[in-house]
Design a protein around this ligand. Sequence first.
Ligand code: FAD
Length: 461
Amino acid sequence: MPLSRDKRIEQLAQKSQQWEAIVIGGGASGIASALDLASRGIKTLLLESHDFTSETSSRSTKLIHGGVRYLEQGHFGLVKEALRERKLLLLNAGEIITPLPFFIPTKGMRDSFYYRAGLKAYDLLARNETLPPSSFRKQSEIEKFLPHLSPEHQRQGVSYWDAQFDDCELALAMVRTFESLGGLALNYSPVTELIHNSRGQLTGLITQPKGKAPISLGSQTFINATGPFSDKLRQQDNPKTSPRIITSRGSHLVFPAALLGAQHALLIPKTKDGRVLFAVPWKGVTLLGTTDIPIAEATRDPQPSAQEVDFILNEARPYLPVDQHEILASFAGFRPLVKRHAHQKSARISRSHLIEKSPSGMISLMGGKWTTARQMGEEVGDQISDMLQYKKPSQTATLPLLTHPGFYQQKALSWSKKARWAIENDHALTVEDFIARRTRLSFLDSQQAQLVQKEVSSLFL
Ligand SMILES: Cc1cc2nc3c(=O)[nH]c(=O)nc-3n(C[C@H](O)[C@H](O)[C@H](O)COP(=O)(O)OP(=O)(O)OC[C@H]3O[C@@H](n4cnc5c(N)ncnc54)[C@H](O)[C@@H]3O)c2cc1C
């Protein structure tokens, strides 16, 4: 039986001086780090300022993928690592990670061979995989699996396989597993201050759970996993440190499933800004995105700009019958990209991650992808284990996750019954937690989200 929020806060105060690790930030990076640490038997606390995955980690394209386009940029190591992680996720959470075929339309034989060769390399890097290999596709096949693709692009192309997921569902499964291993996870508990001793070592922090008094906590180690907000904490820890994070906004538009008319995703190669655009079937809708807009500083809850909406529509129009009036919802997130040296541009920055140890001992985990979060967590776990002189290795590569597949999609359960369950079992505190990240309604259909919000709002704070 999961603990109530009051019990969690009680435990937080009781254990105040006993933590071996405190992870700050409850997105993919923080949750994966906390899970890794708990899997080694390290006493770990996970603190999130708002809801788990309320920032970047709920706003992804929902792909568990090697990243075909990173091959083109020569990032073979990153692709290989992500393909290995794709395999592990299919093994450890296969009920909520779904294999998905993708189609790349090509023009002429040269184009086809170029993509075929690239995808052969993708197949080779994914060796021992359970997913089918890539293949050439004929017009008659393409017409069947992507019936609404414009006839001009149905002539030829290449198919390959990746996987998709619900980013919030995976995060909650990881939080559940973390708690089952003895960890304590608390959302709506921002870290407001870091405490250093006279030698400059980080020894504690202050957090304030929503509606409660501030609590001072001590720990032997600290992990900063605050994604696009990482520099803020890094500079609180060490005012002299230079910023590392470049934020880039990525936006998606949500259309009815009929836009694709199939359970097959489309990769539109070569957008005007030299990137790719995905059209992906997901939970009964079609997701179309994404963009890459450099932003000076991350703010909470970003939204797509009018220019991004136009960009996505214009890029998709030659391929699919997109109509602005049919947009059901939209969402945007900030990529926390890591600058390795000054003046790097966001599209060119590698999606690989960086782990940094500050002079005070704080570990910052920055960058990366949802797909590689487990590996990132394991690397953090290795560093923390060294600091604590712990011997037990990470267990997460073979750790089945505690999933509740499709719970919030069940038609037989009323919205109020699901809302009560979310409050009691899944850390939901506000109606937005339920609408946006448990049921995903705000990401699927904003009108329906408003109706359900009215129906259940009295159950929440
Ligand atoms: C548009 C887009 C599409 C993407 N698509 C994919 C994809 O399909 N597949 C894939 O593998 N990856 C994808 N990614 C990458 C992936 O989503 C990110 O790498 C990942 O979600 C980053 O997680 P994070 O934990 O580092 O950051 P976040 O999710 O932003 O988490 C940081 C957390 O820290 C919290 N926080 C901040 N300050 C404090 C504080 N003081 N105290 C406590 N908590 C605090 C925040 O509230 C936040 O929840 C995509 C990214 C974007 C932007």
